[in-house]
Design a protein around this ligand. Structure first.
Ligand SMILES: Nc1ncnc2c1ncn2[C@@H]1O[C@H](COP(=O)(O)OP(=O)(O)OP(=O)(O)O)[C@@H](O)[C@H]1O
Ligand SMILES: [Mg+2]
Length: 243
């Protein structure tokens, strides 16, 4: 059995989430260690977003446990989880399209609202990471390109100064060059010390940056391995890389 220790950031054991009589997650276990980028692969409906929403306190668990650095956070509220260092850039971005770029970013800084200096400094860091956002800081989010909106969604999550960043399908609907840009920014975020759990259907792009990964099917983890294991796995290549 795998053990966990001080190097484990997030530990999930036997996590179960139900919608009515449907088991959306039926006993998911995975780890994210400090400093890692971990990718979660899986087809439509596998349960990736459900897992992210459960980690973020948006779906209650009916079984199992989630621990952050050894502390049981399974039943914590979404707000408390953000304050503890977990931020989530959800699938589909969920920006406020009428609000400006800076307003959207400020909404991500809710937990820092009593420290305006920290908010300003963090926004500067986000603009350094995504210079295109600085150029458009007063524009409505809805007028940005798809890639810029994704950067804004990631930037908004970073405004909470997370230790663990959950990114749900950041490459969805983006052109290949923009996907590359987004993944480069994920690498830079990680190099700055933030652990990342990433759900992706673009396995090729994700496995280039991820240290390790898990494959989910129908609410279960069916495969796990490091970057090379998954890259070289026949099933992964056939199902998610298409070669
Ligand atoms: N709020 C909900 N109520 C009922 N069923 C739900 C709810 N959210 C998700 N589901 C179901 O749970 C299963 C897992 O969905 P989920 O969105 O987690 O998959 P996913 O792996 O993120 O898929 P995708 O790649 O399409 O984003 C699906 O069968 C989905 O229909
Ligand atoms: Mg999803």
């Amino acid at each position: 059995m795998r053990t966990w220790g001080p190097t484990t950031m997030l530990e999930i054991r036997g996590l179960r989430v139900r919608f009515g009589s449907f088991d959306a997650l039926s006993g998911v276990s995975l780890d994210v260690r400090h400093g890692e980028i971990v990718v979660l692969l899986g087809a439509n409906g596998a349960g990736k977003s459900t897992l992210f929403r459960a980690i973020s306190g948006l779906h209650p668990a009916v079984g199992g446990a989630i621990r952050l650095e050894g502390e049981d956070i399974t039943s914590w509220t979404a707000h408390r989880l953000v304050a503890a260092g977990i931020a989530h850039a959800p699938e589909g971005k969920h920006l406020f399209p009428e609000a400006s770029v800076t307003k959207n970013l400020r909404l991500g800084a809710y937990v820092q609202r009593k420290a305006p200096d920290v908010v300003r400094q963090t926004m500067d860091e986000v603009f350094e990471l995504f210079p295109a956002l600085r150029d458009k800081e007063h524009d409505a989010a809805g007028t940005l390109s798809g890639g810029q909106q994704q950067m804004l969604a990631i930037g908004r999550a970073l405004m909470a100064r997370p230790r663990l960043l959950l990114l749900d399908e950041p490459s969805l609907g983006l052109a290949p060059l923009v996907v590359e840009e987004v993944f480069e920014s994920i690498l830079r975020i990680n190099q700055g010390g933030t652990s990342v759990l990433l759900a992706e259907q673009n396995a090729h792009a994700a496995l280039k940056v991820a240290h390790r990964g898990y494959v989910m099917e129908e609410g279960r983890v069916v495969l796990e391995g490091d970057q090379d294991d998954l890259m070289g796995n026949e099933e992964v290549r056939r199902a998610y890389i298409g070669v």
